[in-house]
Write a protein that binds this ligand. Structure first.
Ligand code: URA
Length: 220
């Protein structure tokens, strides 16, 4: 059973019909790789998390294959290492959903729950999935911090919170207060492209989680 099932977090059903392009992509990959997850990827969550990380969408051979956010994705190597170092995960990440890794006081979800072709969801797909993000945030009253990985996740998170995007411009390691008692931190996405081009270094990513750790510790 997934963590979100245990926590009763909102998830689209395995056969969510909302986005025709994503449904077609999913059906193609169900036929090609019947042993893969090939369905919306549920939120991975510790009980009563104070931190929610919002990614973009599952990677084809990562979360879409394994069924756990960022698991098996290149981006997951840096994300899970960083979460472990800052006390938000424990265990050894081995890129498998049964690796025993546990989140600590944290949850990870995606702005778009289904894998999009070329990792690029279109506007309608982001909008169709917004209710799940919004309901996930509302279902977790323990949250103190959100981290948006990349601009699309940042924009989706603001829309999910029902606040004006223009008031909270995206910036790496920017901190926003979109709702009383709930801080939003931005990071460049920890994708292979961003890390290979040097747009995001390991240190830059760690800086964000150091700030998040301090925020959460100060709130306790
Ligand atoms: N895997 C995910 O689950 N989300 C991302 O944003 C990238 C990879």
């Amino acid at each position: 059973m997934s963590s979100s099932a245990l926590l009763k977090l909102p998830d689209p059903g395995r056969d969510c019909p909302s986005c025709p392009r994503l449904v077609a992509f999913r059906e193609t990959h169900r036929a090609l790789s019947p042993d893969w997850h090939n369905a919306p990827v549920p939120t991975f969550a510790a009980p009563r998390p104070r931190l929610l990380i919002v990614g973009l969408a599952p990677g084809l051979r990562g979360a879409n294959k394994t069924g756990r956010p960022f698991t098996g994705d290149y981006a997951g190597d840096l994300l899970y290492e960083t979460l472990t170092d800052f006390g938000f995960a424990r265990g050894r990440y081995q890129a498998r959903p049964d690796d025993g890794l546990e989140l600590v006081d944290a949850a990870i979800t995606n702005a778009v729950r289904c894998v999009p072709p070329e990792n690029k969801p279109v506007g309608a797909e982001i909008r169709n999935c917004l209710p799940y993000l919004s309901e996930t945030i509302e279902a977790l009253p323990s949250l103190v911090c959100l981290v948006a990985l990349g601009r699309i996740a940042h924009d989706a998170t603001l829309s999910a919170l029902g606040v004006r995007r223009a008031a909270y411009p995206f910036g790496h390691n920017a901190r926003h207060d979109p709702r009383a008692g709930l801080a939003l931190f931005d990071s460049y996405h920890c994708s292979r492209y961003n890390t290979n081009t040097g747009r995001l270094t390991r240190e830059m990513f760690r800086d964000v989680f150091a700030a998040v750790r301090a925020e959460i510790d100060a709130a306790s």
